[in-house]
Design a protein around this ligand. Structure first.
Ligand code: MLT
Length: 391
C-alpha cells in the first residue's frame, strides 16, 4: 500500500488554517478581547439586492413541477456562461461560451487544472503569491521554480528567457501584494509562454478592483488565446465567498503536446464535477447583468475606501507599503525589521488585530505583512486607531 508521499513535503497547515488556529488559541485565552479580522480576504458586505432577488425567484421555480430542475448543464447553464461572456466582451476580450466552465471556486479550479498537465511538469510560480499554487504543485509532485517579487521589481516578476517552464502562474491584481501587471508586461509573459510552449494560468480573482487603466483579463493581450487559461471568481467581485461561484476560461484552440486543452478540461469536469445549484447560478448571472453589476461595484468601491484608510494610516506612520489602489490588499513592510510572524503576534496581542504574515505567501514575503480591506468601515477605522496606538 502506497500513499502520496508528496504531502510530506507540505507545511503542516494551510496558511489560513494556521492563522485560524492561532486566533482561536488567543481568543480562548482572552475571551474578553474584541478581535478585528483583517487576515483572510473574506467579504463582509451583503449580497447585492439583484442577486438576492434572482436567487429568490429561482428558489420559487424549484418548488413548481414545470420549472423544477434536476442535474444542471455540465459546464454551467448557458444563461450564466452568456452573462460571463458579456462581461468579457465589454472589456474587449471576445471569448465564446464554449470556452467558459463554471465551478464552485477559483481555489478548486487552480488546484484541479493540474489534472490535465503531466505529473512532473515544471511550474513557474511567483513568490510571494497565493499559497494554493505552490501547495497543489507540491501535492502533484511537480517541479517548481520560484520567481521572486521584490520591492525592486514592484513585486511584479518578469520572465527570464534562460528559464524553461511548462506552467506559469500569474495573479494580477496580485494576492498578496496588490501589484498589477501593465499590458506591456503581460505581453512579455505571453510572448515568453508561446516561445517556451508553456501555458499561463492567469488568476483574475481581483480584477474588479482595478481602478486604473490596466489589463483586467489576460485575453486583452494579443497571443494570449494561444497560451493562457484564465480563472475568475465571484468571491470578491460579488461577495460570493460563502455562496460560491467561479469560472475557468480555456480557449478552444489551445493545444499542447498534440492535445486540445479545452477538450481535456471539458472531459475532466464532466467526469469529476457536477456543477453548482441552479439557484446559485441564477444569482451569479444577476451579478453580471447591469443592475447587479452596478450594485457589486458599489461594494468594491466601499472596500477600496477601506484600503485608502489603511494606506493613509501607514503613510502617517511612515511605514512602506504597496497595493490598496487596484486591489483589496495592502502589503506593508513590517516596521523595525520585524519578522512577519513576529509582527502577526504583536498585532494580535497588542492591538487585537489579525493580519496575514507575508512569509505565509513565500520566502520573499518574509518581513512583510498583508492587511485586508474586506472588513466593515467601523472595524477598519478602529483597527487603524489601534495600530496607531501601538506603533
Ligand atoms: C486570501 O485571503 O488570500 C483569500 O481570501 C483566500 C482565497 O481566496 O482562497
Amino acid at each position: 500500500m502506497k500513499v502520496n508521499k508528496n504531502y510530506a513535503n507540505l507545511q503542516e497547515n494551510y496558511l489560513f488554517a494556521e492563522i485560524g488556529r492561532k486566533v482561536r488559541e488567543y481568543t480562548a485565552a482572552n475571551p474578553d478581547k474584541k478581535i478585528i479580522r483583517m487576515g483572510i480576504g473574506d467579504v463582509t458586505r451583503p449580497l447585492a439586492p439583484a442577486v438576492i432577488a434572482a436567487m429568490q425567484k429561482a428558489t420559487s421555480e424549484m418548488g413548481v413541477a414545470e420549472s423544477f430542475r434536476g442535474y444542471g448543464e455540465d459546464y454551467g447553464y448557458v444563461f450564466l456562461r452568456e452573462a460571463i461572456r458579456g462581461h468579457y466582451v465589454k472589456k474587449g476580450a471576445d471569448i465564446t461560451t464554449e470556452e467558459i466552465f463554471v465551478s464552485d471556486g477559483a481555489k478548486s479550479d487552480v488546484a484541479n487544472i493540474l489534472d490535465i498537465f503531466a505529473a512532473g511538469s515544471m511550474a513557474l510560480i511567483p513568490d510571494p503569491v497565493y499559497p494554493v499554487y505552490l501547495d497543489t504543485n507540491i501535492m502533484a509532485g511537480n517541479k517548481v521554480i520560484l520567481t521572486p517579487g521584490t520591492v525592486e521589481n514592484n513585486f511584479l516578476p518578469m520572465p527570464d528567457a534562460t528559464v524553461d517552464a511548462d506552467i506559469i502562474y500569474l495573479c494580477s491584481p496580485n494576492n498578496p501584494t496588490g501589484a498589477v501587471y501593465s499590458a506591456e508586461q503581460l505581453q512579455k509573459w505571453v510572448d515568453y509562454a508561446n516561445e517556451k510552449d508553456a501555458v499561463i494560468l492567469y488568476d483574475s480573482a481581483y480584477e474588479a478592483f482595478i481602478s486604473e487603466d490596466l489589463p483586467s483579463t489576460i485575453f486583452q493581450i494579443p497571443g494570449a488565446r494561444e497560451c493562457a487559461i484564465e480563472i475568475g471568481s465571484l468571491s470578491k467581485t460579488a461577495g460570493f465567498t460563502g455562496t460560491r461561484c467561479a469560472y475557468t476560461i480555456v480557449p478552444e484552440g489551445l493545444t499542447r503536446d498534440g492535445m486540445n486543452l479545452n477538450k481535456m478540461w471539458r472531459r475532466r469536469q464532466s467526469t469529476k464535477y457536477n456543477q453548482l445549484p441552479y439557484i446559485i447560478q441564477r444569482g451569479a448571472e444577476a451579478a453580471f447583468l447591469a443592475e447587479g453589476f452596478a450594485q457589486n461595484m458599489k461594494n468594491v468601491a466601499y472596500y477600496l475606501e477601506n484600503a485608502t484608510i489603511i494606506s493613509k494610516t501607514l503613510d502617517e506612520l511612515g511605514i512602506w507599503y504597496c497595493g490598496g489602489k487596484n486591489a483589496p490588499y495592502v502589503w506593508l513592510k513590517c516596521p523595525n525589521g520585524c519578522g512577519s510572524w513576529e509582527f502577526f503576534d504583536k498585532l494580535l496581542q497588542e492591538a487585537n488585530v489579525v493580519g496575514t504574515p507575508g512569509a505565509g505567501f513565500g520566502k520573499q514575503g518574509e518581513g512583510f505583512f498583508r492587511l485586508s480591506s474586506f472588513g466593515s468601515r467601523e472595524n477598519t477605522e478602529e483597527a487603524m486607531e489601534r495600530v496607531r496606538r501601538i506603533m
